[in-house]
Unconditional design. Sequence first.
Length: 115
Amino acid sequence: MTDLLEISRELAAIAQAGLTYTKDAFDRERFLRLRQIAGELLRSPLRQPEFTWPAEIGYPTPKLDVRAAIFQGDQVLLIKETASNLWTLPGGWADVNESRVRVWHVSVWKRPGMR
C-alpha cells in the first residue's frame, strides 16, 4: 500500500515537471496549487504544521544515478553517453519513487542488443 509520503512526493514531482515544461500561465497556477496540496497532505499540528515542498528548478528527480557493472570473463560492458561522448557503465537517473532495480532493468535490459 502506498503511504501518504509517497503520494505527496509523487504529486510534488508531477507539479515540478509541469512547472518546468508549461508555457501556459493558467497551467502554471494549477501546478503551483498541486505542489501546495502535496505539502498540505503532510501537515500535522503535532509534527509538521508548516510543511511545504521546496521550490526547485528543473525536472524533478531524486538526483540518484543507478549504474550496473556487467562482466563477461575479464571484460566489462561500457556504453557511450550521448551527452558527454564518454564511456561509462550502463544506467541512468532514477525517477521519484522508482526503485534502483527498476532503473537498472530499464537501463540495461531494455537497451537494444542487450539480451
